[in-house]
Each structure stands twice: as structure tokens, then as C-alpha cells.
Write a protein that binds this ligand. Structure first.
Ligand code: AMP
Length: 228
């Protein structure tokens, strides 16, 4: 199964992506995570991408396309993948389509997680992450038991540089200007499913699972296809 998750920063793409990955045994590919790792390691990609990320701007398409092409060529993507945070521009979406077409493949579904700007600001400004295991917390709705300490591994919690209020506003603007047009792009291709992501995580997860289950049942019933 080949999936894209679309949605504002903080709409729950990462959380839902991990759950789908566990349920369906396909890798979740977060371009944001790959870039943050590259920045941490000080690689050439990290140095080039870091300055855009700090400002809440998109990293240029050519860098992103190269990164995704390399990642999708890996063995673990043969049975499918979940792209979280890519594509983010029409050019990236068209490049992904062309890449899949070359291999006689298509996207099976594009999952749009719908949340308001207000919910995003509330979520991201209170988001904290564990520096050791990556677990995520929200100081309002899912606080750690002990302030600043991860419940799972006792690692220290931190706030992402781009989760500060000024940068959140910038990221929202960038989404509306550059990424939102993808919704119409995928609606036209018939792949788009929209989920109310202001609901409880479990409920959103169950709704997504329902749609994906019926999709995989339909694919099985239809027998092997180029998209399977
Ligand atoms: P995320 O963790 O998905 O919110 O991504 C964090 C940051 O990484 C974004 O604000 C962008 O600067 C950069 N980034 C991640 N994915 C992409 C992409 N597909 N295109 C351009 N920039 C990206």
C-alpha cells in the first residue's frame, strides 16, 4: 500500500503515520525527521536544509526530490510506504507521480488530516519531544508525569526550534500558500480521503484504519494490480 498523509504541521501526521506503519507493516517516511537527523549529523544536506527549516520555510524541491527518490529506492519500500510531509508542493507531487509511473505504480490513498489553524497553534506551542526516544507530549493534553522528563526512558524533553510561536505562524502561511493546492490536486485524481483530526487520536486512528482496511480488501478482491 502506497500512501501520502497531508495536513497542517501538528495535525497528527507523525502519530497516525506510525500507527499505520505498525498496522500494515510498511515504513513511515517523515521527510521532516530525515532532515532533522541530517541537521544533527551536520551532513551537507543538513547544512543546506537547516536554514530553511529554522525559518519555517520549505527546503528547495530539488533537495527534497533527491532525498525521497533515494529513500523510496530502499528495499523496505517494496511492499509500500507512508509518506509523511512529502509532497508539499505541486512540483513535488508531480515528480512523485512520475516516479511511481515509471515503476508502473500509483498512490493508493492520500489521507488529509483536517485541523484548524487555531488547533495547530495550541498543539504546537505546547508540544515537547523526548531527546532520547522521540516520544511526544503536549503540556496541556498529554503532559509528562514529571516536568521535563520522558515517562518512557527518562530522557530530557525539548521544544522543536520551529515550534516557537513566530515560526508556527510562518509554517501555517507556507502550508496555505504552497501545500494546500495539493488537496485539489489529489481530489481530482480521486485518491483523497479527509479525516477530522481534531477528534481524539484513537478515533482518528480507527477512522483511518477503516478506510485503509476496505481499500486493502478491495485490492485483494480485485487481484494483483500495478498499484498493489
Ligand atoms: P515537518 O517535521 O514535516 O513539519 O518538517 C519540518 C521542516 O522540514 C519543514 O518546515 C520544512 O522546512 C522541511 N521539510 C520537510 N518536508 C519537506 C518537503 N517535502 N518539502 C520542503 N521542505 C520540507
Amino acid at each position: 500500500m502506497r500512501l501520502v498523509i497531508l495536513g497542517l504541521p501538528g495535525s497528527g501526521k507523525g502519530t497516525q503515520g506510525i500507527r499505520i506503519s505498525e498496522d500494515f507493516g510498511i515504513p513511515q517516511i517523515s521527510t521532516g525527521d530525515i532532515l532533522r537527523q541530517a541537521v544533527k549529523e551536520g551532513t551537507e544536506l543538513g547544512r543546506k536544509a537547516g536554514r530553511y527549516m529554522e525559518q519555517g520555510q520549505l527546503v528547495p524541491d530539488d533537495l527534497m526530490v533527491e532525498l525521497v527518490v533515494q529513500r523510496l529506492a530502499k528495499e523496505d519500500c517494496r511492499a509500500g510506504f507512508i509518506l509523511d510531509g512529502f509532497p508539499r508542493t505541486i512540483h513535488q507531487a508531480e515528480t512523485l507521480d512520475a516516479l511511481l509511473k515509471e515503476k508502473d505504480m500509483v498512490l493508493d490513498a492520500v489521507l488529509k488530516l483536517q485541523v484548524s489553524d487555531e488547533a495547530v497553534i495550541r498543539r504546537l506551542s505546547h508540544r515537547r519531544l523526548c531527546s532520547r526516544c522521540g516520544a511526544d507530549y503536549n503540556l496541556l493534553t498529554k503532559p509528562p508525569k514529571e516536568e521535563g522528563i520522558c515517562d518512557h526512558c527518562s530522557g530530557g524533553l525539548y521544544q522543536r526550534e520551529d515550534d516557537r510561536e513566530e515560526t508556527i505562524a510562518q509554517r501555517l502561511q507556507v502550508y496555505h500558500r504552497q501545500t494546500k493546492p495539493l488537496e485539489a490536486y489529489y481530489r481530482d485524481s480521486g485518491a483523497l480521503s479527509i479525516f477530522d483530526a481534531e477528534k481524539d487520536v484513537e478515533e482518528v486512528s480507527a477512522n483511518i484504519k477503516g478506510v485503509l482496511k476496505s481499500l486493502s480488501t478491495t485490492q485483494l478482491a480485485q487481484g494483483p494490480t500495478s498499484s498493489g
